[in-house]
Design a protein around this ligand. Structure first.
Ligand SMILES: NC(=O)c1ccc[n+]([C@@H]2O[C@H](COP(=O)([O-])OP(=O)(O)OC[C@H]3O[C@@H](n4cnc5c(N)ncnc54)[C@H](O)[C@@H]3O)[C@@H](O)[C@H]2O)c1
Length: 401
């Protein structure tokens, strides 16, 4: 199968590219390397060292021969993405090429505008290019569970039955984004749904939970550090789980934001790759827009920190959990129940639990302790939702555990 991966230099993109090549697909990747630049801009780097794309492709070529190709370019440039579609003739397009950080989008007007322009216009260009040059391809778009926010009812898988004034209908489940990044994903959702309706495109919009992990079947940082995918741990690009693991490794207290009852869905990288591969193999009909919720386990951020502490202590790491003032404006205690049945119907079975994966992640990160320590100052939260500025929190952490 010909698969185009937009954002192949990224965390999921690199892992997926290697896996699809390993499975015998012809993979073409695209990236503009913006993630490398934005992480550098905020004064951090990936804990795992990332090779240049040139070196990555050189190593991959030795293993997968001619299965993996790469084009540098920006999908907000319509001519570029149109040319890629014409030359690659993809059957599936996995679109990961967006600015993925909520805090980054909240820094100031410029960062919010960059995020929305990059994400919304990039996706819009792709939809027009698909209409003109790849109308039969299957678009697999990475949305986020954060599109739904934390409503006080169970979260349906994209659509749900509602009754209003005596009439019933199957409508899109409401979206309540919590940042300008999440709002960009919601705008994408509407644009993709519209394109399927008016141009008969086909798409699976994946509302994905937080992905974590350092390993896949093809990537093992302890055995081959040159093949690593990225692992960010700073306050802007690091998710809570990445931050906690990095903090555990260098003896920094785990930074739980606010009361710590914020609950989210999580899945291991290896299972995210399994899901995306399965979706590539199972395209919807032409004109169909479908939504898959993709999470394996749910945790609140305090339980998550306690789990990291438990696994870390087995490795003789001394770990403290601190509650720090929450830089975000969000519910700190709330209902959270998510329907996620579609992927299981296609045959998806999770292969790793959080505890199993944490065990591997901590081992891998201990090998990069020096790199984490060097950027320790990038961990503590500075980017707030309140006034749009990056402020050094002056208040002392609330030490609760
Ligand atoms: N990692 C997670 O936990 C998670 C959770 C939910 C959703 N997602 C979504 O999945 C996708 C991939 O996430 P990730 O963690 O791999 O992010 P990432 O930043 O590591 O990867 C995205 C890649 O896309 C590239 N890119 C961005 N804009 C581009 C453009 N205009 N043209 C070309 N390339 C561009 C970046 O340089 C980067 O390499 C994102 O859309 C993200 O919002 C990720």
């Amino acid at each position: 199968m010909n698969v185009l991966i937009l954002g192949m230099d990224g965390y999921i993109g690199w892992s997926l590219g290697l896996h699809l090549a390993e499975k015998g697909n012809k993979v073409v990747g695209v990236d503009n390397f913006s993630r490398r630049r934005t992480v550098e801009e905020i004064g951090s780097w990936s804990a795992t060292p990332i090779q240049t794309m040139e070196k990555r492709m050189h190593i991959a070529k030795a293993i997968y021969q001619d299965s993996l190709h790469f084009h540098e370019g920006d999908i907000t440039d319509y001519d570029f993405i149109a040319d890629v579609l014409k030359s690659c003739e993809p059957e599936a397009i996995v679109h990961l090429g967006e600015q993925p950080s909520a805090p980054y989008s909240m820094i100031d007007a410029e960062h919010a505008a960059y995020t929305q322009q990059n994400n919304v216009i990039g996706t819009l260009n792709l939809l027009f290019a698909m209409r003109d040059y790849a109308p039969n391809a299957h678009l697999i778009k990475l949305g986020t569970m954060g599109e739904y926010g934390t409503p006080p009812i169970d979260i349906a898988e994209g659509f749900f039955e509602v009754e209003y004034n005596g009439r019933r209908a199957n409508l899109m489940f409401p979206r309540y984004p919590g940042s300008f990044y999440h709002a960009s994903k919601v705008h994408d959702t509407y644009n993709i749904m519209l394109a399927c309706k008016i141009w008969d495109l086909r798409s699976t919009d994946v509302m994905q939970g937080v992905v974590y992990g350092t390993r896949t079947h093809e990537i093992n940082p302890s055995e081959n550090p040159d093949m690593c995918t990225r692992f960010d741990f700073d306050e802007v690009f690091g998710t809570a789980i990445n931050r906690y693991c990095a903090e555990a490794v260098i003896g920094h207290p785990l930074t739980v934001y606010g009361k710590g009852g914020q609950t989210r869905g999580f899945l291991a990288l290896v299972d995210s790759i399994q899901c995306l591969t399965l979706i590539c193999q199972n395209a919807p009909d032409k004109g169909e827009y479908r939504v898959f919720n993709q999470i394996d386990e749910t945790y609140d951020v305090t339980s998550l920190a306690r789990t990291v502490k438990k696994i870390g202590e087995r490795k003789n790491l001394a770990i403290r959990v601190n509650h720090v003032p929450n830089p975000r404006k969000e519910a700190e205690e709330h209902h959270y129940k998510v329907e996620a049945k579609h992927l299981r119907k296609l045959g998806f079975k999770p292969t790793r639990t959080l505890e199993q994966e944490l065990d591997l992640m901590l081992d891998d990160l201990l090998g990069f302790k020096g790199r984490i320590k060097e950027k320790e100052c990038a961990i503590y939260p500075k980017t707030t939702w309140q006034d749009g500025k990056r402020i050094i929190q002056s208040s002392a952490p609330m030490n609760r555990n």
